[in-house]
Design a protein around this ligand. Structure first.
Ligand code: COA
Length: 175
């Protein structure tokens, strides 16, 4: 599966305000594990810490120069088991999330040489749950009432995708 017009690049200082605006959108923030509105100072500190860390990647995915969204990985190492998190650019067309996912997983298992990618979604995040399943992730567990939100406790659904599973998807090489 390839997304021919999609490119992936590292987030830079120039993306700080754009990424913060996405992260603070109510329809993104409500699905995150920390749901307060993030200040520019806090965001800059997060960026400085994470962009210097060789086990992390902060990435922007674009299609024909238009941003599709943001993805980050932690636990990056050849043969490593990494966690990812992501959000589509607000207002991006339907299907943007899937394109972003395909582009990033090709990069993760190809360029980064990861062995496994893991994701977690809150139980009410239907879009993320469908997104993971459609990309071939297996549900590996449920952390019961692991998250305390304003409306009570929520389960965290854990997903995992192995490199061999991604590479065996028939679409991978037929894009
Ligand atoms: C998760 C996210 C990246 C998916 O991107 P997207 O552009 O909405 O997804 P796509 O249009 O490619 O659709 C992917 C699947 O999710 C489904 N989906 C999308 N929005 C949905 C919604 N609101 N409710 C239920 N399913 C939804 C689509 O129908 C599709 O499944 P299908 O092909 O079986 O119908 C995006 O919704 C997002 O950024 N959400 C907010 C941040 C977030 O939740 N990040 C993940 C934290 S774990």
């Amino acid at each position: 599966m390839t997304e021919k017009n999609c490119q992936i690049r590292s987030m830079t200082n120039a993306d700080l305000e754009q990424v913060l605006a996405w992260r603070n959108e109510p329809d993104i923030r409500r699905y995150m594990l920390t749901q307060h509105e993030i200040s520019l100072t806090e965001h800059r500190q997060w960026y400085e810490r994470n962009s210097q860390d060789p086990t992390r990647r902060l990435l922007i995915v674009e299609e024909d120069g238009m941003a599709l969204g943001f993805v980050h990985f932690s636990g990056v190492a050849p043969g490593g088991i990494a966690d990812w998190g992501f959000y589509a650019a607000p207002g991006a067309a339907k299907g943007s999330g899937h394109k972003l996912g395909v582009t990033v997983l090709n990069f993760a298992f190809g360029t980064l040489g990861l062995h496994k990618v893991c994701g977690q979604a809150l139980d009410f995040n239907e879009a993320s749950i469908r997104f993971h399943r459609k990309l071939g992730f297996q549900q590996e567990g449920v952390l019961r009432q692991q998250h305390k939100g304003a409306d009570g406790y929520h389960d965290l659904i854990c997903f995992g995708l192995l490199r061999e599973e991604w590479n065996s998807r028939t679409e991978v090489n037929n894009g």
